[in-house]
Design a protein around this ligand. Structure first.
Ligand code: MF3
Ligand code: CO
Length: 270
């Protein structure tokens, strides 16, 4: 299968999906505090999907039972919401997606609950910054692994973190997961050429220890093999017909953050 190329009109629908995702994640972020449960956060997401007449791409995905993934501490991704209250000092990663008129959005963030250990905060900050550097490194006419190298080299410059190997980013469009798979490590200049109309979800996943993971008996929750804490950030972005990028799941389209790297976002979706 070739990489799906989207028209401007299709990217406009993906932007609508992306905005529902961004707003829902912001609502969940605002609710995160000690005592709140992951099911509470899942419920916020369910209600915001309904309010926006959007569908969930997570619910029933290979049997997944919720609309968000919520992963706490040593859980890195695909944690399943439950009724256990979050505790002061936990860190939580929320991954969420939405579908509008058949077009998908997918985004994730990590956040400390209450008082955060500075080393956990740095873990999350490094993960988020690596995502932005990866997005900023993606250029029409460049290659897919330009993104991968930017992510890996930044993480490695910041300390000893484990970068997950079995999981990565992906193309996104009329399915949540499309080609190409986007590695969070590797050498620049390889893989498919990046083109106008491509949309990619960029999602580094890192730990304070090993890159090795174990999947729990629930068949979803991915934990670090050594029990170290993990972080996960994700945005979906696209290359617009003017050759410029636009972050579909960021409220400002990625304008402020990409400007730090001298990258101007497209004005075609404003
Ligand atoms: N959104 C995840 C990703 O970033 C996948 C979620 S798996 C699901 O690719 F089952 F929860 F949907
Ligand atoms: Co994703």
């Amino acid at each position: 299968m070739a990489i799906q190329i989207k028209t401007l009109d299709q990217l406009k629908l993906m932007r609508r999906a992306g905005l529902v995702v961004a707003e829902s994640l912001d609502l969940m972020k605002a609710a995160i505090k000690p005592g709140v449960t992951r099911n509470d956060l899942n419920q916020i997401a369910i209600e915001n999907l309904a309010k926006n007449k959007a569908k969930s791409n997570f619910l029933n995905y290979h049997g997944y039972p919720a609309v968000v993934c919520a992963s706490v501490n040593n859980e890195i991704v695909h944690g399943i919401p439950d009724d256990a209250p979050l505790k002061d000092g936990d860190i939580i990663s929320i991954d969420f997606g939405a579908i509008i008129e058949g077009w998908h959005g997918d985004s994730a963030f990590s956040l400390g609950v209450g008082t955060v250990d500075p080393a956990d905060q740095k873990l999350m900050d490094v993960c988020e910054e690596s995502m932005w550097r990866g997005i900023a490194a993606g250029k029409v006419g460049g290659h897919l692994t330009d993104i991968s190298e930017a992510i890996e080299s930044y993480i490695n410059s910041q300390g000893k973190y484990g970068i997950l190997r079995e999981y990565g980013g992906h193309g996104i469009g009329t399915e949540m997961h499309q080609e190409p798979h986007v590695l969070n490590f590797g050498k620049a200049g390889m893989g498919p050429e990046l083109k106008v109309g491509m949309a990619l979800a960029i999602e580094p996943m890192i730990t304070r220890g090993t890159h090795k993971t174990v999947t729990l008996e629930d068949e979803w929750t991915v934990v670090s093999e050594d029990g170290s804490r993990g972080a996960h950030f994700e945005h979906s972005f696209a290359f617009l017909p003017d050759g410029k990028p636009f972050v579909l799941t960021a409220l400002d389209g990625g304008k402020a953050k990409l400007a730090e790297f001298g990258v101007e976002i497209s004005s075609l979706l404003a």
